[in-house]
Design a protein around this ligand. Structure first.
Ligand SMILES: [Zn+2]
Length: 513
């Protein structure tokens, strides 16, 4: 090491997209001690590392504001599926679920402590999942929180915010978070607002009652005085596709009325969730054993089946629902097949098949549903308040995570957004697309020194080929890295070079601020 160099690393020969959405320009970036320390047309100096961008785009590393990466970092410390997209920061703990507070990790510091014991390729920040918090304090049942329980939730949440949580997330389609009253959620959001944190919501309903759910989300945020992020905005099922413009109007009006509101969306027309969402909320409370007992009870199961089949009908039929993960050896043959195909294979009707699978898998089955339209994806992504986010996780083709069939968004979101929607479909300029992947999410999260290429900011940087960047992961073969991502630096550490890992990692835990 030549410690007297002004820079550890210089990036040369690139076209700089600084994240603000303005015109790109040729220039060089000097990096020292993990930070950008100089930018100029020519720095005219040498450094230990010289990254030759060879005319490609140089932009801030992409920030994925909505992920479920959570404890997947322990199985894939490089953050493989993300860093190969140019993502340098993942925000975990979404849709009401976070790795803490719980038995394994009582708080954010405990979780981050374990993460810091290993080297990490990307930065990871986290929301506090309101469902997880409620389960920890109130339990899994459909009951009101007592005054004492609410105070306890608030004080635990306050501690997580002190430790650097990004805010709170809700998943009101899931239990037990959905058992909270809106007043209870607003009380928690007030704690988050005190710290300038963000309230991210997976709404109570994303199909037939989606307009009411947007209104409800806005009401909660207003009551608490908190910044609102609507997660994976959608109008699901053909019967609701026409509602997209109305949802955007609701959001615009709330913004005009003074609410700090925005939203994110993955660039795909299929969603991914748990098969347990085919069980009505009223029958989804309690322990897994209790839920399984209901599935085994002919009378209750019959009612659950009616609900499940009505939902599947709204989705367009069993051929639109694909099984993507199960754990039992016997059931792994269903992975990648749709429910219609599974029915034929087993000789069972769709509901008995689903019921038996849920029982055998102890309620944990992942599905993908094809229920959205391209037109709306484009409308949401091109809206000034919209930004791409994966709703996926860190995965790796190697190791245990490589055995599942995740939604391809975990591998493809950002390259697909830029390659398909920006380059091929001309929805916006590359500069505008980069802004949506960088400055916009950084602003929502209140990250003070990321999301832009400016001296003083952390050197989270991606070099990508604007002509080649594209996703390659598919529903049939999801574990495939994106194309066109040449170089990635995380906190100044050169982690991907010429599309391959260098073996050096510079990521780590990310606290708010
Ligand atoms: Zn969600």
């Amino acid at each position: 090491m030549r410690a007297n160099n002004r820079f550890d690393t210089i990036i040369k020969g690139g076209i700089i997209y600084n994240g603000e959405g303005g015109r790109p320009y040729p220039g060089e970036i000097g990096i020292k001690d993990g930070k950008i320390t100089a930018m100029a047309t020519s720095l005219g100096e040498s450094a230990d590392n010289v990254v030759d961008a060879r005319g490609a785009a140089v932009s801030p590393g992409f920030i994925d504001i909505h992920t479920h990466t959570d404890d997947n970092m322990f199985s894939a410390p490089l953050g493989d599926s993300k860093i190969y997209q140019g993502v340098t920061t993942d925000i975990a703990g979404n849709c009401g679920g976070s790795p803490f507070p719980g038995k394994k990790w009582e708080n954010l510091d405990n979780f981050f402590g374990d993460m810091s014991a290993q080297q990490n390729g990307i930065n990871l920040g986290s929301f506090v999942g309101q469902g997880q918090l409620r389960e920890f304090v109130v339990g899994e049942n459909d009951v009101r929180a007592t005054t004492e329980q609410l105070e306890r939730m608030k004080s635990i949440l306050e501690l997580q915010m002190e430790q650097g949580a990004m805010g709170i997330s809700c998943g009101l389609e899931y239990t037990p978070g959905s058992y909270a009253t809106n007043e209870e959620i607003a009380e928690l959001c007030k704690v988050v607002a005190k710290y300038g944190g963000l309230f991210a919501i997976h709404m109570r309903n994303e199909d037939d009652r989606v307009e009411e759910s947007v209104a409800e989300s806005i009401d909660i945020a207003r009551a608490a005085g908190v910044k609102l992020q609507i997660s994976h905005l959608k109008a699901q099922n053909a019967a609701n596709w026409h509602k997209a413009p109305a949802l955007l109007r609701q959001i615009e009006q709330a913004r005009a009325g003074g609410l700090d509101i925005a939203f994110d969306r993955y660039p795909y027309t299929a969603f991914s969730t748990g098969m347990s969402t085919f069980i009505p909320l009223s029958e989804r409370q309690g322990t897994k054993d209790e839920i399984i007992a209901r599935l085994k009870d002919d009378t209750i199961s019959g009612k659950i089946g009616e609900y499940a089949m009505s939902r599947i009908k709204r989705l367009g039929g069993p051929q639109n629902v694909v099984v993507t993960s199960c754990k039992q050896e016997d059931n792994k043959r269903f992975i990648g097949l749709n429910v219609e195909e599974c029915s034929k294979l087993t000789g069972k009707d769709p509901w008995p098949f689903i019921r038996d699978l849920l029982i055998e898998e102890r309620v944990s089955v992942s599905i993908i549903g094809f229920a959205m339209t391209e037109e709306n994806v484009k409308m949401f992504l091109s809206h000034p308040l919209g930004m791409p986010a994966s709703d996926g996780s860190v995965y790796s083709p190697e190791g245990p995570l490589g055995q599942s069939m995740p939604h391809p968004r975990s591998y493809g979101t950002f390259p697909r957004f830029i390659g398909k929607y920006c380059r091929e479909e001309s929805l916006m300029s590359v500069a505008e697309a980069v802004k949506k992947c960088t400055m916009l999410p950084a602003e929502r999260l209140g990250l003070k020194n990321r999301g832009l290429l400016i001296p003083g900011y952390q050197a989270d940087i991606v070099v990508f080929d604007t002509e080649k960047i594209i996703d390659t992961a598919t529903f049939a073969q999801p574990h495939q890295f994106a194309a066109g991502i040449n170089e990635v630096l995380v906190n100044g550490v050169w982690t991907i070079s010429n599309g391959s890992p260098t073996g050096n990692m510079g990521g780590g835990v990310l606290r708010r601020g």
